[in-house]
Design a binder for this molecule. Structure first.
Ligand SMILES: Cc1cc2nc3c(=O)[nH]c(=O)nc-3n(C[C@H](O)[C@H](O)[C@H](O)COP(=O)(O)OP(=O)(O)OC[C@H]3O[C@@H](n4cnc5c(N)ncnc54)[C@H](O)[C@@H]3O)c2cc1C
Length: 415
């Protein structure tokens, strides 16, 4: 019996060692190929499943599994914790590449990366979050986001449910109206009121891993577009340790990271969707032109679509440069002008993306409007229409209205 147990132990040890070697080999293989190349491969997987993900409104598990295998989920984690230390501009480029294939896959990747950025930029002083980042790299953990609560819509800077503390333990019970891929995620990063007696705007950000919480479904997700994000509503019931709360207060995290990073990665996804629509419109106009020799009537709309896509890409690159220049300077990040620019980046990017897809649809005419055509732009149009409502543009513009009054008109074009 003892001999048999010893042999079983040896076998378990052998499998464990093989697992460690396999993980290390995968890590080396992933590191030897550029992030852009790996993103293109995942985009191909996402493209193959995009129509089914959309029609069945299901989580894009093939693409996310492929992203895990290529270690894309940990790309932005610093090297010292097992990641690649990718810059935000590289991550936004991955979002763009994925967005051209499957908007839901791209948006899931973008939301995950926003949460990773919050932990990396505000959690590295905490031993718990350091351990979590190592686990994220080793296990390719997928993080979801919970900010929307009850009937408060996109009011991210106020929370209703408080953190309850018992010694070093914490509890949170939250009516989370939308948690994209809540069931598929390995963890949820959520805002919460700091304590029962705190103001609604006195918030913290907490990381709960799957073993820490239960989700009870409150609503399904049969949406117009972005159907694979699976943004169901849940009652979130979480228990954890006080160490899981990020050390910085949420107002800092929001201004320094959450708002700019979310808006930049989302806009990368939207530019990818817009690019896919322009590609289809161009293919349609080329075919029509080749057939008759004359430019089709809708060609002017393709000109407009291409031009607004170029403006969108320029806008994103300019905002990324601005963020990366300010990223480690708290005063620059908190400056009213910077905050207004990052808030309005979302409004402008979403408006440009919608306009681009609409122009592409007009260029392709009925061939773009049909679902059963090789030039169909229906999915892209439905997906892109989520962009103005994903934190409503109206709410954002109302929030920055006061700051706009404080500004002055530049005297030079170069200011
Ligand atoms: C694809 C997708 C994925 C999402 N994933 C998540 C997720 O994972 N986690 C999460 O927490 N949330 C998620 N959300 C929710 C999102 O973050 C917002 O909370 C939600 O889109 C806002 O919902 P609402 O329209 O009810 O909001 P509200 O902001 O309440 O807006 C409702 C209406 O009021 C108008 N309005 C609001 N404020 C003003 C104002 N000040 N002035 C004038 N009009 C105003 C708006 O234009 C809108 O018509 C997701 C949303 C989408 C579209």
């Amino acid at each position: 019996m003892a001999l048999q147990e010893a042999e079983e132990d040896r076998q378990v040890a052998r499998h464990t060692v093989r697992g460690i070697i396999a993980a290390a080999t995968k890590r080396q293989a992933a590191a030897s190929e550029s992030l852009a190349n790996r993103a293109e491969k995942i985009a191909a997987v996402a493209a193959a499943h995009a129509a089914a993900v959309d029609s069945n409104s299901c989580f894009p598990s093939e693409a996310i599994d492929a992203a895990r295998a290529a270690r894309l989920l940990s790309a932005a984690v610093p090297v010292e914790f097992g990641g690649e230390g990718a810059k935000l501009s590289e991550i936004v480029d991955v979002c763009y590449r994925l967005g051209r294939s499957c908007a839901s896959t791209a948006m899931i990747y973008a939301m995950h990366q926003t949460k990773v950025a919050c932990v990396v930029r505000h959690g590295v002083a905490s031993a718990w979050h350091q351990r979590m980042l190592r686990r994220l790299c080793n296990e390719q953990i997928l993080l979801a986001s919970s900010t929307t609560e009850g009937k408060a819509g996109g009011d991210v800077r106020n929370s209703a449910a408080p953190i309850e503390r018992r010694d070093q333990r914490i509890a949170l019970k939250r009516q989370a109206t939308v948690i994209s891929y809540g069931e598929a995620a390995d963890g949820i990063v959520t805002t919460a009121r700091r304590a029962a007696d705190a103001a609604s705007s006195d918030q913290v950000l907490v990381v709960f891993l799957k073993d820490d919480y239960t989700l009870t479904k409150l609503s399904g997700w049969d949406a117009f577009g972005m159907r694979g994000t699976c943004g169901e509503g849940f009652a979130l019931d979480a228990l954890g340790s006080a160490e899981q709360i990020l050390p910085a207060s949420y107002d800092k995290i929001h201004a320094h990271t959450m708002l700019p990073v979310a808006h930049l990665v989302w806009s990368g996804v939207w530019a990818g969707i817009a690019a896919a629509a322009v590609e289809r419109a161009r293919a349609f106009v080329r075919k029509a032109h080749g057939g008759s020799g004359a430019m089709p009537a809708g060609a002017t709309h393709l000109t407009r679509a291409s031009a607004s896509l170029r403006t969108l890409r320029n806008l994103i690159n300019a905002s990324l440069q601005r963020f990366e220049a300010a990223a480690s300077d708290p005063a620059a990040l908190e400056a009213i002008d910077f905050q207004t620019a990052m808030a309005m980046h979302k409004v402008s990017a979403s408006e440009l993306a919608v306009a681009t897809v609409m122009s592409a649809m007009q260029a392709a005419g009925i061939a773009g409007y049909r679902n059963d055509s090789e030039f169909s732009i229906g999915r892209q149009l439905r997906d892109i229409l989520s962009s103005p409502i994903m934190i409503s543009n109206d709410r954002i513009m109302a929030n920055v209205a006061a700051a706009t009054l404080l500004g002055s008109t530049p005297t030079s074009l170069r200011d």
